[in-house]
Design a protein around this ligand. Structure first.
Ligand code: SAH
Length: 245
């Protein structure tokens, strides 16, 4: 079923959908009065029926409140070592499908790309659009947030707000730390996940992160590309949460 994100909450059991989503519902999907769709607002999805179309608004009445939740029992913030542009777009799309809640592109020593401050706003808007369409496609209840890029140092003082700071590190050998870190994750926990850029982490960066409470983990004996590492680490957390929490 199609899932749309409302700009405003329901009033008298009805959501009013306007703008691009109205156009999508009426002219692209050619939905009609009486058709069902999911409408999400504030992390809750309601099953709705299209009651009527006004000039620029679809009036959707709620049939069943709070009917599905596709969200994980944990929240995950991905701090992605800034990779080349096309890779970041792929990572955003896949991370949203896998249940991420927030992404901060993070500039690290070995990031090849540097963000041009003048183009930053436009980029964030583009990333947010990718995020929104992936959220719709994967039937998320929330649209994950993409932040403006930060340097690794700027992220460190945010980390006290997380229950776990996990850093898959390519130079760590053995799966014991991974098992250990996963086993400590509980319902409702907030997780910060750091992935290095194409060139990997510098040892000094690992030390900084450890100083801020991070745990290094391994994703196995093979060296993964940054995009594979992000997708693997998120898949691991997603399945762990779905299976055990
Ligand atoms: N160029 C580096 C690899 C960087 S891989 C080298 O050749 O050594 C990019 C990022 O993916 C790493 O910084 C790490 O965060 C993650 N990663 C890749 N493979 C990993 C593994 N086997 N275990 C843990 N993290 C890994």
């Amino acid at each position: 079923m199609y899932n749309f994100f409302a700009q405003n909450g329901k009033v008298n059991g009805e959501y009013l959908i306007t703008g691009g989503d109205f156009n999508h519902i009426k002219n692209v999907l050619r939905m009609r009065e009486g058709d069902n769709l999911l409408v999400s607002f504030n992390g809750v999805s309601d099953l709705c029926r299209i009651k009527s179309f006004l000039v620029d608004t679809a009036v959707c009445e709620v049939v069943e409140e709070n009917c599905v939740s596709s969200e994980l029992p944990i929240t995950i913030h991905l701090f992605q070592g800034l990779p080349k542009a096309d890779k970041l777009e792929l990572i955003i799309q896949k991370a949203v499908e896998l249940g991420v809640n927030e992404i901060t592109p993070t500039e690290m020593h070995r990031s090849i790309v540097k963000i041009d401050a003048k183009k930053e706003d436009k980029k964030v808007l583009r990333w947010q659009a990718i995020c929104e369409s992936a959220a719709k496609q994967s039937k998320r209840n929330v649209i994950p947030k993409i932040n403006a890029p930060k340097t690794l140092k700027q992220t460190l003082n945010l980390l006290k707000d997380y229950n776990h700071v996990l850093v898959p590190y390519e130079s760590l050998y053995g799966m014991e730390p991974t098992k250990n870190s996963l086993s400590k994750i509980k319902k409702g926990d907030k997780i910060a996940l750091f992935i290095g850029p194409e060139g990997g982490f510098e040892n000094s960066e690992i030390e900084l992160l450890k100083g801020a409470g991070a745990e290094t983990i391994s994703l196995g004996k093979r060296i993964l590309r940054t995009e594979t590492a992000s997708i693997t680490a998120l898949s691991m957390l997603m399945l762990y949460a779905e299976l055990n929490i």
